[in-house]
Design a protein. Sequence first.
Length: 198
Amino acid sequence: MWLLILQVVLFGVSLAMDAFAVSITDGMCYNNMNKGKAITIPLTFGIFQAVMPLCGYFLMSIFAEKIDAFDHYIAFFLLLIIGGKMVLDGIKELRATEGEVKVKKFFYPEVLLQGVATSIDALAVGVTMGAMSGVNKTNIFGFVAIIGIITFIISVIGVIVGVKIGKLFKNKTSIAEIIGGIVLVAIGIKILVEGIIG
């Protein structure tokens, strides 16, 4: 049983890495961040990272192969759209005069999309867990809770790191936004390549 829990913890840490990188980006770029908004980001990521493997586990017998065939494309396009928009907005801000610069504000629908994009690969983990001996309909809820909590904790650290990095840029939010956008696109490419190769 302890070996199974260790495997789930490792799943959780592995799945949380993309959420960690995106949390840093959000902490860096959102200028109107407060404690409530800061906690919303890791909470959203944690919930999605718990729900997605649960869905994968219960849907594995029906959709396992179909999900695995296109999940990486969805994640890639979502992150490409969000990251690409951030890069374009950052470039516009660099070219704008001081009076025209818009501050990037916390926008929950964007965080929600990030949560979906960074957790789609967790569907495949849920499918994998369904094939593991020792995982059943009773303990799966505890296992996905472990994954969600790990993601939450790692994402909290990411937001804190991102806010500190963002402060280094001070008024250069456009540069932070461009870097953040590039990071999101890079994560999307990583997920796409892993999905195609794997």
